[in-house]
Design a protein around this ligand. Structure first.
Ligand code: AMP
Length: 198
């Protein structure tokens, strides 16, 4: 078993990456670092950061790279992330990949695995519409949903080939029951020697 688990979960919005990320991180005893959650918490608390990003999130656009990377760098430097973490929603484009590489390299670290949740666009759209009616997220309008999926396809999907070249991507079928998908992820991570850390 490796002694670290620096992970990224990636997939289109509506792929279930948030839910699966929490399950995997809990099983490994590592924190989830979700940039979307950090932004939403700041908006809710009315912080300066929250005020800065409200309109960006509502439109489904990306928060500027420098600002986002700064926030992630601060979070990853906290003690609880020393032996591992699971990133959800960051990096989201190749510029952010460069930022993450640079600040992990400062501590001689790198990502150990990238979990890619494969879900067809139609299925993602369906799940997001359902979430919109259930949770009433302000960025879950039809227009913002379609815009976010476009950004995913144009800006986020290219990061996958970068990580594929490093041989760290595990492509997981994201259609099925929650338990089945979690089991698929655990199996893929175990094959890399990533298991229970606590
Ligand atoms: P998520 O919860 O990951 O779907 O993120 C919700 C929103 O937060 C996105 O639509 C973006 O507006 C913003 N956001 C989250 N992560 C990032 C990121 N890495 N870079 C830029 N914007 C982000």
């Amino acid at each position: 078993m490796t002694s670290t688990a620096r992970l990224l979960i990636v997939g289109p919005q509506g792929s279930g990456k948030g839910t699966q990320g929490v399950r995997v991180a809990e099983a490994l005893g590592i924190p989830v670092v979700s940039t979307g959650d950090i932004f939403r918490a700041n908006i809710k608390e009315g912080t300066d950061l929250g005020k800065k990003v409200t309109a960006i999130l509502d439109a489904g656009d990306l928060v500027p790279d420098e600002l986002t990377s700064e926030i992630v760098r601060d979070r990853l430097s906290q003690d609880d992330a020393a032996s591992g973490f699971l990133l959800d929603g960051y990096p989201r484009n190749t510029v952010q990949v460069g930022h993450l590489d640079a600040f992990l390299a400062d501590s001689d670290a790198a990502l150990d695995a990238v979990i890619l949740l494969d879900v067809p666009r139609e299925e993602s759209l369906e799940r997001l519409r359902l979430r919109a009616t259930e949770q009433g997220r302000s960025d879950d309008t039809d227009e913002a949903i379609a815009h976010r999926l476009d950004i995913y396809e144009n800006e986020t999907a290219p990061i996958i080939s970068v990580y594929e070249q490093r041989g760290i991507v595990d492509r997981i079928d994201g259609v099925g029951s929650l338990d089945d998908i979690t089991a698929r992820i655990s199996t893929a991570l175990a094959a890399r020697g990533i298991g229970q850390l606590v």
